[in-house]
Design a protein around this ligand. Sequence first.
Ligand SMILES: CC(=O)N[C@H]1[C@@H](OP(=O)(O)OP(=O)(O)OC[C@H]2O[C@@H](n3ccc(=O)[nH]c3=O)[C@H](O)[C@@H]2O)O[C@H](CO)[C@H](O)[C@@H]1O
Ligand SMILES: [Mn+2]
Length: 343
Amino acid sequence: MGRLAFAARLLSIIMAAIILLLLSLSYLRNTEPALNTEHNRPPALVRKIQRNGPQTPIEVEQPFALKAPRTDVMLVTPWLAPIIWEGSFDQKLLDATYKPLNFTIGMTLFAVAKYTRFLKPFLESAEKHFMQGYRVNYYIFTDIPEQVPRVELKPGRSVVVFNTVKYSRWQEISLRRMEIINKHIMNKSIREVDYLYCLDVDLIFTNHYGAETFAPLVAVLHPGYFNILRNKFPYERRPESQAYVPKDHGHFYYIAAMFGGTLNNIVDVTAACHQALQVDKVNGIEAAWQEESHLNKYLVTNMPHKILSMEYLCNSEAPTPASVKVCRFSTVKKNHAEIRAQK
Ligand SMILES: CC(=O)N[C@H]1[C@@H](OP(=O)(O)OP(=O)(O)OC[C@H]2O[C@@H](n3ccc(=O)[nH]c3=O)[C@H](O)[C@@H]2O)O[C@H](CO)[C@H](O)[C@@H]1O
Ligand SMILES: [Mn+2]
């Protein structure tokens, strides 16, 4: 074999080896079982229906395409996410669809310092109204585990208590929730829930709160800002903050006392808010409404798949708007100065 022919042969062998290596690398990348692959999987409901087969149809009142169930409120956003109001859903139909799937619903609740006093009424009301007939795990974060009350739980429901530190400022206790929830999902102390709800504890359930709220990412209209121009929303308006939203941006103002969704979505939203909060801290700036400002900033571009109306967060200290036919989750009156005082 001539020198030239040998060199050509060698070159083609090297080229083939490189192509093979590149192909196997891209195969490995595609098959890597990282947590991130969750993003590409169909939602839990679709997976389970694929596994179990379709559910049996049940008798419901016929819906008509030309008849809106309600005409006084917006039922779907411009990006086609439903807004949930009394009269817009059939609870029987939803339960017949979802209950056979045996979902587990997780809930994170922080009760630090004096806020442990809210746990008993919260849990007792949740046992009456929240996700009846579903499996529920309450994840309670507290610095005083002995003050977690014993509340009688229905079958399939449980309380898990995690120790957490008490930061000296109430704002810090509130905003650190993003970081803590994120860590507990990443280290797998919270797992195997189909949906996770992250709630304030100074609230009580006052009516049905169930499957109509299931979505990959769900947020709630703030009862104080549902009918004002967006340039008046209490977004963070200083460009130096990571939570900055310009006056002509945004759709709805959401309340941080409740957001929920699938674990991968909650990982994303809590990670984004935690990172933004850290950058703000380094820059010596705290957003107007702490994590609520960061949550709202996130939701400007990552719009929720479903929005809950103010029925899902009623302000017990203000008149109920006419559009709210049922209050399902209501604030508890509290003396801010007393409860946030250190002693
Ligand atoms: C009326 C008002 O002021 N609203 C703001 C206030 O909501 P809130 O007044 O509802 O805040 P909050 O005092 O309920 O704190 C939020 C949550 O953090 C936990 N917690 C807080 C303090 C504490 O000592 N122990 C404890 O466990 C607890 O789960 C509580 O529900 O603050 C939020 C966090 O920024 C939002 O900005 C709200 O818009
Ligand atoms: Mn609160």
